[in-house]
Design a protein around this ligand. Structure first.
Ligand code: TYD
Length: 133
């Protein structure tokens, strides 16, 4: 399960702020894919899946949301509400994103390319696999 929030290097000067997500530092894997979620409607929750092998780092570069994490034994909710704090979500962690603010821009860095076969989308499948791992 995640160790909690990862502080990101933020360089602020008179012009504004620059935040760094670098492989081998805040990001513990080589990044092969990046995607972002924005324009969330009515704070509609997302996620509701786990991955068999994928590692991801999430950060709300704008706005906020709550990320529920569940490794089959322990559930915890981590609030992402600043652009210089991220979470690492490894394989076999069920995750749900809730309570998106209307302005939220949710950025994900992923260790591999998109592969639907890497998803576990049924919670009962996840708990069965997590119990057997
Ligand atoms: P999904 O991972 O299910 O996102 P969420 O759980 O937040 O709803 O992806 C939503 C849709 O987008 C689904 O049809 C798969 C597609 N998708 C891609 O084609 N490529 C990607 O890199 C991602 C993350 C999703």
């Amino acid at each position: 399960m995640t160790d909690g929030l990862i502080p990101l290097q933020r360089i602020t000067d008179a012009r504004g702020s620059l935040v760094v997500l670098e492989t081998g530092k805040a990001v513990p894997f080589p990044v092969k894919r990046t995607y972002f979620i924005y324009g969330t409607k009515d704070a509609a929750p997302r996620g509701f899946h786990a991955h068999k092998t994928l590692d991801q780092v999430f950060v709300c570069v704008q706005g906020s949301c709550d990320v529920l994490l569940d490794d089959g034994k322990v559930k915890k909710t981590v609030r992402l509400d600043k652009p210089d704090a991220a979470i690492h979500v490894g394989p076999m962690v069920w995750h749900e994103m809730h309570d998106f603010s209307a302005d939220c821009i949710f950025l994900a860095l992923a260790s591999d390319r998109y592969d639907e076969n890497d998803y576990i989308r049924k919670y009962e499948d996840f708990t069965a696999l997590a119990a057997g791992k």
